[in-house]
Design a protein around this ligand. Sequence first.
Ligand SMILES: [Zn+2]
Length: 444
Amino acid sequence: MDVKQKYWNPVLETLPREKIRQLQLNKFKQIFKWTYDHSKFHRQLYGQAGIKPEDIRSFKDIKQIPKVEKSMMRDIQRKDPFPYGDALCVSLEDVAVFRQTSGTTGQPVYQPDTWQDWEWWAECWSYILWAQGYRPRDRVFIPFGYNIFVAFWAGHYAAEKLGCEVVPGGVLDTKARILKIQELQATAMMATPTYVLGMAETAKSKMDLDPSQLTIEKITCAGEPGASIPSTKRRMEQAWGAKVYDHAGATEIGAWSFECNEQPGGMHVNEGMFLVEIEDVESGEIIEEPGHRGKMIITALDRQAQPCVRFDSKDVIEWADEPCPCDRTSRLIKGGVVGRADDITKVKGVLLAPSAIEEVVRDLDGLGDEYEVIVEKDGDTDRIKLRVEVLPEAEDQCQLIEDKLADQLRLKTNLRYDIEICGCETLPRYEVKAKRFKDLRKKG
Ligand SMILES: [Zn+2]
């Protein structure tokens, strides 16, 4: 591959819109028929709705197809063909790879992949890495506990596929990982935003080492929305002296979206490989126009062992209205994944997305990276407690910071908070994905 080449796949990434749509429709018909023919679970689901493969001629027909929810997958699994159950479209002999979802929202879902699916994962990730400037000269350090979760496994294989040199930072602890980055002069890494900030904090406070003096030039994030939240992105970029890029993917879906090197304030959907539909949460209508948020219904157009067809992802997204200066013709989602339909909750009658709080907290000088939000009932009214950490150099400005924080939060979220300013390093720390938003009302 010519390192000066701008796109990983120059044909697919610059295909005129109408051709992308035609390709998506053709591929959708194929994966639908594959699924219908090979998965008992899907055939039953579609049979109940009276839909057969030959009924699908347009995107309008696709809208009528029943969605698949995670809970449906949970119900059919742990049965024969063990442990995947009736959605398995290939024989068990053809399954080459096992992964499972993290189980943060309930019992984990098992994900089988064939060898071909696994190659497809690496191909999805190759688009991401190439668009973010990864080239064969890069030495990529992956500070990730390699295990049953898909996380950065596919990023690892894609980096190899590009010709980068990959250093797996598996069982090392945070300090050892930082030292390895220093020793090998690694140029790139992949991690969750929580861990990117956590590593920087460890380097500064426990090793007397400034991570921006290391050789990391770019960081690819996943697993949490932070890299698309401007203030969190800025904190990571300043701490590491590196470009920070977002990407979105999931075990049951694949790596479907990425920020390119132009960083237009949104992420490209890899439309040659995925069909993304945005559904209005209240009306159930598919949203075509920009600027209107809804939840994502997604189809992986090429995945075979356990297909992902009209999967109700619960990710909240919206289409951007401007094309990207990088000239890729795929559509952008504005501001990345802005939340989870499950997390966006009504507080005092106002819709609140936890990411909006993060954006404000991390935008204020004088505050540390950690925060904690607790929503609870006080009689008939909701109360929101927000705990933040003040940095040692700003301890004499607590009142000023609190006032600013309250103002900004009111502007951004239309809500009032009980703010508590805590000392440095008093709030919980998280290794990989954080749980900073706690809604105690749900426990009754
Ligand atoms: Zn772009």
